[in-house]
Design a binder for this molecule. Structure first.
Ligand code: PAF
Length: 286
């Protein structure tokens, strides 16, 4: 696996692969890779001949007071994992390479509506930062397909919308969340948890499951279901940011008649913000 740091080298390497008739898959990441990321690489290898990953901790998607500075940077370990996972090319640019003229005047991509509410409410500008960097990365790599984790459900919806609205010729694939044995969704931010907090964290997934089970049993009192689980999260010592039941495609608040639902949660455990979701399609075969 080759690691390149400039757009010029990236374009040359991808052009070589294209010249050999290869289909290109792309997995954008912020590094500190775990088995969730490696599952995305494995999927990419199944679907394409040449797998490109990127590692870039994008300052544009972090707000003031968020964890940009302490976000873990583990390039050497990440390179080893990508190599083992079957990645062919890693693009690991500097901030200057991605934003050579600085960020203040950088053209932005924003996806209204889908970016509002949920994580967008407590992280203003976050999805604009994501949509902008993903658009730039797509233009740099020009992949046939790109793979994202479903753990960032709202992010995936925003990216699908931007590709559709801007007519980008990239197929977007969402991959299921990879979980620890106790149900906690794998995340680079789990590394910030103390041993005690790590033992508490699976309560987040249990809350999602409790709501999903109740809905499957026919309960449609969404406000009561949500407030019951919010209390459980608070009792476990978490500070919930949101817990909501939405329509899975539009992300608008769900109604009792909706069949394709997603339950989404964000909650602080100490200073670490955990997010998770559970997609519940009542029409899907059991
Ligand atoms: O999900 C992430 O790791 C990031 O938001 C992404 C998509 C790589 C954009 O920086």
């Amino acid at each position: 696996m080759n690691t390149v740091k400039t757009v010029r080298e990236l374009r040359a390497a991808v052009a070589r692969a294209r010249g050999e008739g290869k289909r290109i898959a792309f997995v954008p990441t912020m590094g500190n890779l775990h088995s969730g990321h490696i599952a995305l690489i494995a999927k990419a290898s199944q679907r394409a001949d040449f797998v490109v990953a990127s590692i870039f901790v994008n300052p544009l998607q972090f707000g003031a007071g968020e964890d940009l500075d302490k976000y873990p940077r583990t390039l050497t370990a990440d390179q080893e994992k990508l190599l083992q996972g079957g990645c062919h090319l890693l693009f690991a640019p500097t901030v200057e390479e991605m934003y050579p003229d600085g960020m203040a005047g950088q053209t932005r991509v924003s996806v209204p509506q889908l970016s509002e509410g949920l994580c967008g409410a407590s992280r203003p500008g976050h999805f604009e930062g994501v949509a902008t960097v993903v658009s730039k990365l797509f233009n740099m790599v020009q992949p046939d397909l790109a793979i994202f984790g479903q753990k960032d459900f709202q992010q995936l919806a925003v990216i699908r919308a931007l590709v559709h609205d801007l007519n980008m010729p990239v197929q977007i694939i969402g991959e299921p969340t990879v979980r620890a044995a106790d149900g906690l969704a794998l995340s680079s931010r789990n590394g910030f948890l103390s041993e005690e907090q790590r033992a508490t964290a699976p309560v987040v997934y249990r809350a999602l499951n409790a709501i999903a089970e109740a809905i499957k049993q026919g309960d449609r009192d969404f406000p009561a279901l949500v407030s019951g689980q919010l209390q459980k999260l608070e009792a476990a010592g978490l500070r919930p940011d949101y817990l909501e039941i939405r329509h899975a495609l539009s992300l608008r608040p769900a109604t009792a008649e909706d069949r394709d639902l997603v339950i989404l949660v964000a909650a602080f455990l100490g200073t670490t913000r955990l997010i998770d979701n559970l997609h519940l399609n009542l029409d899907a075969p059991a």
